[in-house]
Design a protein around this ligand. Structure first.
Ligand SMILES: N[C@@H](CCC(=O)NCCCC(=O)O)C(=O)O
Length: 425
């Protein structure tokens, strides 16, 4: 097999770059350890540059088989805080002085990464968030962050109880304890290194962290000050089946012995290994689903029907765009398209708008417009009601729909796979 064949079959993992200043100009970068591990376990890292406007082009990176988000600046607090911060002006200034490179917010990166995280959650695409990537995941699901751990979480702790989460004087050498939660993937990965106290020592390069963990996540590890150091979605965890949604506040890819590439623990690479396993399985599922239409053989009668509907849509689109005016159109030419539309109920507002743009509503426009209006009114009503709900109520609702989305996409997948098996038999 040639290397170009291999490239065509390997799954793609999206990673967003970070902007940095080098010799008076901006450059984009991604830490090499992440890239090495992704390639090493059998996927291809696809770097999305954080240049202005890229968030509008994310569909061009499809098919996306996995998303790995890693380090970066602080997330814009307006994306998770709906109240004014309790921090004083002086405290905020001190935070900016202490953590200058983190506090320079990058709104473009925020937009790109939140869009990618939500995309993964909606489509069950494997997601691994390291450090900032875990913070992005929590915010995407309605969780919140400490704007500064030192000023908010550990402010009132006695000195000996404070955990150092950022040590600029011993940047890569610094470690602190974390307690691993039983029966979680982290427990499984680090099992052979764990003593009775269930602790390992992890690195730490952050001054923010999870404040309120989004409801559908389960914590996997805690620092001694109570900070959540790892979490995952237990309903979306099964690497063999392409399911993996996880955030780690520490950097297992970087936990290596001084001046060596040797990892601190054998479990350090497991997050990447299992993530890529899920990515590979996800790609397989996607390919099976994509193959269904091509393996479906339409009989002659169905094929004729399909052609009539396609022609009807094409005539309607032409009419709408003002082209092909010379020809006299008959209503019967447009009827099959309109009937097809009517029989396909429950279109979303966006889908309906799109079809409207295509001129597919030429016939029976009034009933169609009524439906469109009703959907718009429903959306308006839902927005008004939800606007009055508390954060907790919205989180509950979000959790409920996430669960329903998960169940329906599992069922859909099962049925599609059953269809494939039926066709192949
Ligand atoms: N700004 C956030 C996230 C910090 C982060 O991603 N750190 C990773 C390592 C950065 C590096 O070594 O360059 C926070 O401070 O919490």
């Amino acid at each position: 097999m040639s290397s170009s064949d291999l490239a065509a079959i390997l799954p793609g993992v999206i990673i967003v770059s970070r902007r940095s200043l080098r010799k008076n100009k901006f450059v984009d970068f991604v830490g090499e350890y992440h890239l090495d591990l992704i390639v090493g376990y059998g996927a291809v890292p696809v770097i999305v540059p954080r240049v202005a406007g890229v968030h509008t082009l994310l569909h061009s990176f499809e098919p996306i088989h996995g998303v790995l988000l890693c380090e970066g600046e602080d997330i814009d607090p307006s994306l998770y805080e709906d109240e004014e911060t309790n921090l004083s002006k002086e405290e905020l200034e001190e935070i900016r002085r202490l953590h200058a490179s983190d506090t320079a917010i990058d709104k473009e990166k925020d937009t790109i990464e939140l869009a990618l995280a939500k995309h993964c959650l909606e489509r069950n695409i494997p997601y691994l968030g390291i450090c900032r990537g875990s913070q992005v995941l929590n915010v995407a699901c309605g969780g919140t962050l400490y704007q500064d751990i030192g000023k908010e979480l550990s402010k009132n702790f006695p000195q000996e109880k404070k955990v150092v989460h950022m040590d600029y004087d011993n940047y890569d050498g610094h470690r602190h304890d974390v307690k691993i939660v039983e029966d979680t993937p982290l427990h499984q990965w680090f099992e052979e290194s764990l003593q009775d106290n269930m602790e390992i020592r992890v690195n730490s390069y952050h001054h923010q962290g999870v404040k309120r963990l989004a409801q559908w996540f389960k914590p996997m590890a805690y620092a001694p000050d109570g900070l959540v150091e790892g979490f995952y979605d237990p309903d979306a965890y099964n690497p063999e089946e392409g399911k993996f949604i996880m955030g780690l506040q520490f950097h297992p890819e970087r936990m290596r012995k001084a001046n060596s590439d040797e990892f601190d623990y054998p479990g350090c690479t497991a997050a990447y290994k299992e993530f890529v396993k899920a990515v590979v399985a996800y790609q397989k599922k996607l390919n099976i689903i994509k193959r269904v239409p091509t393996s479906l053989k339409l009989d002659k009668e169905l094929e004729q029907k399909r052609n009539v509907i396609v022609r009807s849509f094409s005539l309607a689109r032409n009419l709408y765009e003002g082209g092909d005016n010379k020809r006299q159109l008959k209503e019967s030419d447009l009827k099959p398209g309109a009937e097809f539309l009517e029989s396909n109920i429950a279109l979303s507002v966006q889908q309906e708008n799109r079809l409207k743009q295509m001129g597919a509503t030429v016939r029976n426009a009034s009933s169609y417009m009524e439906r469109l209006k009703m959907n718009e009114e429903r959306e308006k009503l839902a927005r008004a009601v939800m606007g009055k709900m508390t954060i907790e109520q919205l989180s509950d609702l979000n959790l409920f729909y996430h669960m329903m989305g998960q169940i329906s996409s599992d069922m859909l997948e099962k049925k599609q796979l059953q269809n494939v098996s039926a066709i192949m038999l």
